[in-house]
Design a protein around this ligand. Structure first.
Ligand code: SF4
Length: 364
């Protein structure tokens, strides 16, 4: 899908920034509304009628503060991968019915932090403090990393900056096939392009406006032709009637289409959500069955499938992946150490060890 904003708001202090000018130049028919940052809540956020309408509003603002953060999933309770996230875009034009952002973001619009150069300069300083280890950094935490890049064109800038950082790998995660802005760049193997995968039945039913499974695989093949490594995330895995056939054929398609030597890592994670999400998603997408299984509140306050279901999904799908490749690092997102013992063929001791395990497979 191609996103076209209906309205553009710009913070007073962001009007003259280069990304602001480049974005607004693409929409000569839209008269941007300049807004005082002190009035943005009352004059913008509080006026948005719904999440769906909010996605038609593009808000260009300066981000103050530290945009580099440890992944919000980090917890002592689980084996984490030490992932760092850069907050450049908030909210997403795609419509996954399980998307946590529907309940999580307090701004019902699409926000782009346009002082990119300043944010990245600060980020690099933060990353240099961590220079004694290899670090993975992603931008796909509060949005899809590629869905808006035909408009923002921020990824070529990031890829260029990260191509010069020896201790950092940038991961761009997506459910789209919008790869045009990535092609022909001198990335120096410092960027991995990653796709979230699910069986086509799940994509059709629950991941609206995203690329189909064959489109995602085709896009991965194209970026490989342009020298990138790729990664895949079976996350969120959904427990549905026919899940075995759906995931097995997805794994077959993946390994029939992508050489294992080009895969940097694969992750697994089962559906989880904060309790507030269920009602919001059911109001936005009536007649959903995705939340109809039995869920229980877990250690982190999120609702998760019963442990037996989580174990069944993870152990079965990891077994099928290992049958295809024993060399691609496989990890589980946000699960306890006990789950690793049951399903994984290795069990890093802690986040630093898991981080190194994944990074060792990145071609330098
Ligand atoms: S692609 Fe990610 S951020 Fe976008 S709607 Fe889907 S889950 Fe949310």
């Amino acid at each position: 899908m191609n996103y076209h904003p209906g309205t553009i708001y710009i913070d007073q202090e962001a009007v003259n920034l280069s990304f602001t000018k480049a974005i607004t130049a693409q929409y000569p028919q839209i008269d941007p509304i300049i807004i005082d940052p002190r009035e943005v809540k009352s004059k913008l956020f509080d006026q948005v009628a719904s999440l769906t309408k909010g996605k038609q509003i593009l808000y260009l603002k300066k981000f103050q503060g530290d945009a580099l953060k440890l992944c919000p999933g980090y917890s002592d309770e689980v084996l984490c991968c030490n992932y760092q996230v850069i907050d450049l875009v908030e909210n997403c034009p795609l419509e996954c019915v399980y998307c946590i952002l529907q309940a999580f973001l307090n701004k019902p619009i699409i926000t782009f932090h346009v002082n990119v150069e300043e944010i990245i300069e600060k980020t690099i300083k933060g990353l240099k403090l961590l220079a004694d280890r290899q670090i993975r950094v992603g931008t796909g935490e509060h949005s899809d990393s590629l869905a808006l890049d035909d408009i923002f064109k921020v990824n070529p800038y990031l890829i260029d900056v990260f191509s010069r950082l020896k201790n950092v790998t940038l991961e761009l995660k997506t459910k789209t096939d919008k790869i045009e802005s990535l092609l022909g760049l001198n990335h120096q193997n410092r960027t991995v392009i990653a796709w979230s995968l699910n069986p086509e039945a799940i994509i059709k039913q629950y991941e609206y406006k995203t690329a189909t499974l064959p489109q995602r695989i085709k896009a991965a093949q194209t970026v490989i032709d342009h020298g990138y490594q790729v990664a895949f995330h079976f996350d969120p895995m959904i427990y549905f009637e026919g899940w075995q056939k759906g995931y097995q054929s997805t794994i077959e398609l993946l390994f029939d289409s992508i050489p294992e030597s080009k895969i940097a890592w694969i992750s697994l994670g089962t559906l989880r959500y904060i309790p507030a999400l269920k009602q919001i998603a059911e109001e936005r997408f009536p007649k959903l069955s995705i939340f109809s299984n039995e869920f229980i509140p877990a250690f982190d306050g999120k609702m998760r499938y019963l442990k037996s279901i989580r174990n069944e999904l993870i152990s079965t799908i990891s077994k099928w992946i290992y049958q295809k490749s024993s060399r691609v690092p496989l990890y589980i997102c946000m699960e306890k150490h006990s789950c690793w013992d049951k399903s994984m063929n290795c069990h890093p001791m802690d986040a630093i060890a898991l981080e190194a395990h994944l990074d060792n497979n990145v071609i330098k």
